[in-house]
Design a protein around this ligand. Structure first.
Ligand SMILES: Nc1ncnc2c1ncn2[C@@H]1O[C@H](COP(=O)(O)OP(=O)(O)OP(=O)(O)O)[C@@H](O)[C@H]1O
Length: 228
């Protein structure tokens, strides 16, 4: 479903951030992307989102080489590949319902679809009864769950989570992980970049480790494998 073939990224300053990466990701997989700072994790994510362009190689997503997309086609890619960030990035002047609904409105979804889909998503992340509240009334973990609801409301094929538990205490981080696991079991692929050793070790999912732009490990039911 997603395939990197001979992907290399050299930034303008000459840094080789990714070196000849070959990788296949299947539907519904849960993957952790790990590695020391500067290993190339963010670059990997940016290439998938087309925030950066590969220097060479191709990246197939859902049957299409995304390195060839024009600027005009990129918004469509970002519906197939959705992201949640460490800092949540919710709209503070909108309620939870409105935050999730807004992501559908911008794609031109009908009011009827929005009324059906938004409560379902808020239910899935366990926040049905908070729909009318504003982000400032929520804990960090709750904010991250809203941001996940918003990210999956348009049914992406892959959800990228970039350090999603980085700002959360351990208990709250696990609430977020339960939601991500549930979403993955329903068929959405999850790619989570993280430094959270304990989470990676307990979850026992596929682990892809990058170091200096190379994949140094790719194991099913893997562990974090670095000192923290
Ligand atoms: N826009 C850029 N221009 C030049 N070099 C860059 C740019 N972005 C990243 N790099 C370099 O590319 C390499 C890989 O960086 P990247 O941000 O992908 O690593 P990372 O694994 O995400 O690190 P972290 O865990 O700190 O987020 C680093 O050497 C970094 O300095």
């Amino acid at each position: 479903m997603i395939e990197f073939s001979s992907i290399t990224k050299v930034y303008d300053n000459g840094v080789h951030a990714l070196k000849n990466i070959n990788l296949k990701i299947n539907k519904g997989e849960f993957l952790f992307l790990v590695g020391p700072s500067g290993a190339g994790k963010s670059t990997f994510i940016k290439l998938l989102l087309r925030e950066e362009q590969a220097t060479s190689g191709k990246i197939m997503v859902d049957g299409e080489d995304i390195t060839k997309l024009s600027q005009r086609q990129i918004p469509y890619l970002r519906r197939k590949i959705s992201v949640v960030f460490q800092d949540f990035r919710l709209l503070e002047d909108k309620t939870l319902y409105e935050n999730v609904a807004f992501a559908m409105q911008v794609t031109g979804a009908s009011p009827k679809e929005i009324r059906r889909q938004v409560p379902m998503m808020l239910g899935m992340v366990g926040l049905s009864d908070r729909a009318k509240q504003y982000p400032h009334q929520l804990s960090g973990g709750e904010k991250q769950r809203v941001s996940i609801a918003r990210a999956i409301v348009n049914r992406p094929i892959i959800l990228i989570a970039d350090e999603p538990t980085g700002n959360l205490d351990p208990d709250t981080a696990w609430e977020v992980m339960k939601v991500l696991r549930h979403i993955s079991r329903r068929g959405t692929t999850i790619l989570m970049a993280t430094h959270a050793k304990d989470i990676v070790d307990v979850m026992q999912q596929r682990v892809i480790a990058l170091e200096k732009g190379n994949i140094v490990r790719d194991v099913q039911r893997g562990i974090y494998g670095y000192e923290t």
